[in-house]
Design a protein around this ligand. Structure first.
Ligand SMILES: C[S@@+](CC[C@H](N)C(=O)[O-])C[C@H]1O[C@@H](n2cnc3c(N)ncnc32)[C@H](O)[C@@H]1O
Length: 269
């Protein structure tokens, strides 16, 4: 196993924090174990050469490699059900009423991983609008820093989720035709999501503001300063009366400009 020196560990921690907001300062063993064998397989005999190359910024593949190894992409359909209950019972009725004239819902899944979150959102919206769905623009913007998870999301291959409303398996999933026995989502749901690479450390300059921002289980890796700055940027990207949903194990500063409605659920007044 390759051994990570203090200096290379610090260089990696600084790179991941400055560039992606991800704080790995307590994760030395994880870095060492997740990277060591993969670097040896690529022919490296120590970490220093790899870190030099990574920091030189000349090879985008090195960045992609380290993101794949050091970020957590764990996600599933209907994760944190309480959010989707509130989304269906409070947020959607509110937005449908307020946006009735334009018939547009603007929703952002920030840190969407392999797509289960934006697809769950889309299924909730389609269920809610029923036959009216075709009259509305309900496209969900779904972003992540990892091109790998986004390409999986764009051509999804899932086991049939167990924790979804029973009628969803028939309504929104189709068996893949590649013999894998796995499922994809229906074209109606897939086309409702627009996947893009976006680093949440960057300024937010999307064409529109959002009625709802889901940023769940992403900021957990960010330090307080990074989180506070991101929440400010989210706030300016939220329509008045719009919502921010974060993971239930996360928190944002009490001084945030949003009003807290219930755990992990905030509103721009
Ligand atoms: C654990 S997944 C969460 C997925 C989904 N939101 C959920 O709650 O199930 C965290 C995702 O955040 C992404 N991420 C981490 N740092 C990011 C950053 N600076 N910008 C954009 N995405 C980031 C990771 O690539 C990963 O796919």
């Amino acid at each position: 196993m390759l051994q990570l020196s203090d200096a290379d560990f610090q260089r990696l921690v600084t790179f991941m924090r400055d560039r992606y907001g991800i704080n790995l300062s307590q994760k030395r063993l994880l870095i060492n174990s997740r990277l060591s064998a993969a670097l040896q397989a690529k022919g490296y005999t120590d970490f220093t050469k790899f870190v030099d190359e990574l920091l030189s910024g000349k090879d985008a593949a090195q960045v992609e490699f380290i993101l794949n190894k050091l970020t957590t992409n764990y996600t599933y359909f209907m994760r944190e059900k309480e959010h989707f209950a509130f989304f269906n019972e409070v947020i959607l009725p509110d937005l449908i009423k307020r946006n009735e004239r334009k018939k547009v819902l603007s929703i952002w899944s920030a840190g969407c991983s392999t797509g289960e979150e934006p697809y769950t959102i889309s299924m909730c919206i389609k269920d809610f609008l029923g036959p009216q769905a075709g009259l509305w623009d309900t496209r969900v913007l779904a972003t992540d820093i990892s091109p790998r998870v986004l390409s999986e999301a764009a051509d999804p291959s899932y086991e049939m989720p167990t924790d979804i409303p029973p009628e969803w398996s028939r309504r929104y999933f189709r068996k893949r035709t590649d013999g894998s026995g796995l499922y994809t989502v229906t074209p109606e749901i897939r086309h409702n999501v627009i996947f893009r690479v976006f680093n949440l450390m960057e300024p937010i300059h999307f064409r529109i503001k959002f009625d709802v921002i889901f940023c769940r289980n992403v900021m957990i890796y960010f330090d307080q300063e990074t989180k506070d700055a991101l929440v400010q940027r989210f706030y300016h990207a939220t329509n008045q009366g719009g919502y921010l949903l974060i993971g239930h194990s996360e928190n944002i500063s009490k001084n945030s400009p949003y009003r807290m409605l219930r755990p992990a659920t905030f509103r721009r007044e």
